[in-house]
Design a protein around this ligand. Structure first.
Ligand SMILES: [Zn+2]
Length: 194
């Protein structure tokens, strides 16, 4: 989960966010399903997908899957779930480019400890370490107890060590660096996914 610098808010959101959030809040209380509103004939998610994709250089914001479009539907993750935080459903800082696997892992769950990739003090190495042997990430043992807890919560919510993810990270490292099996060395793995 690499640090992101938040791009400038797209004008479409600046103009519509408050109205759409109120509308979604009302729809939700009536039990209606979520749908992206449409602006000038184009769903809002299509308007904002490109700047979000640029923000991560086409990587999933959470598992670093790359390129998302090749392995998944490109989705927009509501960091604060839209069901629990309808007022944040169109808040630019709450939206992240994301793969379907991570969406399915987190679902509508939320914990205030989850690390946010564009959070000011966030940095991968501050919170996580990467095991080059297993391909798994884990809380950095030299960070504070609170930081380790946040890293743990983040791994759990997005299930960052589940399924083929660890293998995929190792595979990417070896492909990008042409490193033989068993000779992975110490470097920032995410840099190779850029
Ligand atoms: Zn993902």
């Amino acid at each position: 989960m690499r640090k992101q610098v938040r791009q400038e808010e797209p004008p479409v959101l600046k103009n519509g966010a408050v109205t759409w959030a109120a509308s979604w809040s009302a729809s939700r209380s009536e039990g209606k399903p979520w749908r992206w509103p449409v602006k000038d004939g184009i769903p809002v998610n299509q308007w904002i997908l490109e700047p979000l994709r640029i923000q991560t250089a086409s990587h999933c914001s959470f598992c670093d899957g790359f390129p998302v479009a090749a392995v998944s539907i490109e989705t927009i993750e509501h960091f604060h779930p839209k069901s629990t935080f309808p007022e944040k459903a169109f808040e630019w800082g709450n939206l992240f480019y994301c793969c379907t696997r991570c969406q399915g892992a987190k679902k509508e769950r939320f914990d205030p400890g989850i690390l946010k990739p564009d959070e000011g003090e966030y940095d991968f190495a501050r919170y996580f370490i990467f095991d080059y042997t297993t391909g798994e990430i884990s809380p950095n043992p030299i960070s504070t107890t609170e930081e380790q807890q946040r890293a743990f919560i983040t791994i759990e919510h997005y299930k960052l060590n589940d399924g083929i993810l660890p293998q995929e990270r190792r595979r990417w490292l070896q492909i990008r660096r042409k490193i033989p099996e068993g000779e992975l060395d110490d470097f920032a793995y995410r840099d190779f996914l850029s």
